[in-house]
Design a protein around this ligand. Structure first.
Ligand SMILES: [Cu+2]
Length: 136
């Protein structure tokens, strides 16, 4: 009888854990898809382009960082330094440039403490494709 109840307890525990895991994963998979709001950390060194917007839009990184731009969108993007069309503020960002779907590229070393704005050169009036990297 002891053995049976022990097995029963274990089965209940396993069921509880499975239920908790299921609850947890369904919650987290809903997170990013709600309304297209950007939830990534502002201390990230990766900026992802999807649904015609960059995420996160504004990040802060230490000097010497290379920021990676990932094009997860269904179309091409060309990421350049502000201002448009000169692209002269932070030339390191211009190393990212043209990205087809699925491509990723890093900026040069961001060595100088300053704020670098960036934009999609092909869609420079789109505020959702603009952002900034603050170098500290
Ligand atoms: Cu431009």
């Amino acid at each position: 009888m002891r053995h049976t109840s022990g097995l029963f307890t274990r089965a209940v525990l396993a069921g509880t854990i499975a239920a908790l895991t299921a609850t947890c994963s369904s919650t987290s998979s809903m997170g990013p898809s709600t309304g297209g709001t950007c939830t990534a950390s502002s201390t990230s060194t990766t900026i992802t382009i999807s649904n015609n917007s960059v995420c996160p839009q504004n990040i802060t990184v230490p000097r010497g960082t290379q920021v990676t731009f990932v094009n997860s969108d269904s179309r091409n993007h060309t990421m350049n330094s502000d201002p448009h069309p000169e692209h002269t503020d932070c030339p390191e960002i211009n190393q990212v440039g043209f990205l087809t779907t699925g491509q990723r590229r890093q900026t040069g070393n961001l060595n100088i403490a300053r704020r670098c704005g960036f934009h999609d050169h092909e869609d420079f009036n789109n505020a959702a494709l603009k952002g900034s990297i603050t170098i500290q």
